[in-house]
Design a protein around this ligand. Sequence first.
Ligand SMILES: *[C@@H]1O[C@H](CO)[C@@H](O)[C@H](O)[C@H]1NC(C)=O
Ligand SMILES: [Zn+2]
Length: 338
Amino acid sequence: SIGSGRVGLRNIGNTCFLNAVVQCLSHTRGLRDYCLLKSYRPEKFSKEDAKLMEAFSQVLSGLWDVNEGDTVVNPRQFYSIFKEAVPHFSGYSQQDAQEFLRFLLDKLHTEINRRPYVRRTGKEPELSEEAVAMWKKHLERDDSRIVDLFSGQLRSSLHCSVCSHYSNTFDVFCDLSLPIPKRSSGGEVTLRECLDLFSQEEKLDKENSPMCERCNRRTECTKRLSIQRFPQVIVIHLNRFTTSRWSISKSTVYVSFPLTNLDLGPYGPVDFLYDLYAICNHAGTVNMGHYTACCSDENGWCFYNDSSVTPVSENQLQTNQAYVLFYRRSNSTATVRK
Ligand SMILES: *[C@@H]1O[C@H](CO)[C@@H](O)[C@H](O)[C@H]1NC(C)=O
Ligand SMILES: [Zn+2]
């Protein structure tokens, strides 16, 4: 049996980004149970030692311990192994939670990949390959609990304006990074509007477009993104940070999002509904920021601020600090519209 999971993480020097992300992942049941049961040990094929996975699992064990003698877990060992595994990450002073999440999932995946190491060929299959074939190819070399839970497939459709040829490319994603629409009035926007902007048709001029297969040259074309394959868990990154030539700025626009029944049907071939279970928040400015998390368990929502854990009500969850949203596929299905 396991504890409540309502245990904080010590801040060991600007590590709130790590603490917030770990709390969100710790509330991803399919990953938590896999770690607590150490299920990766028998099924891993990778020759690499699962050092980071072991350290990560140890943190989760501390968080979900029934005794909860300690109400705070120290992530020091896990963080130092992470920095060893991803050396270039330790260079930054202000760490980005979403970047950390990407590196962490990627590294965990490599350690617990069920596939033997296969040298990747530089050239991907031809663009016209079907999505299913591409996905099969992906699973032939990348297959792990991380992929089971977080990986989806994005389709990018190009339409040549000269010859009207359509072509698709397919990419694997572990999170959707959404732009936030600009509002002159500074009013609030909805997650739906961010998704609409993300999947909106975009005009590419000759210089920025890929070769048209039929014209055999670069032509003006339009591009549209959609979800081809839905993951179990969809991680949505609200891209609040804009890098310009000289500086990084942060958008503090309030983006409202549904707690249950997020319908991604309009952005893909099937109607799946998703329920929110964790939020990573960013407060403050680019240089003076602080990350926290809100996570749900069987008994409700809690606010995780490094070592402190306090219950929160659902109406406190939506703020203009929401930065990364974690949704899991719900058991209910939307009414079929297609
Ligand atoms: C988080 O905790 C710090 C102290 O560790 C405190 O200064 C800060 O106000 C807390 N943030 C929130 C939003 O409660
Ligand atoms: Zn063409």
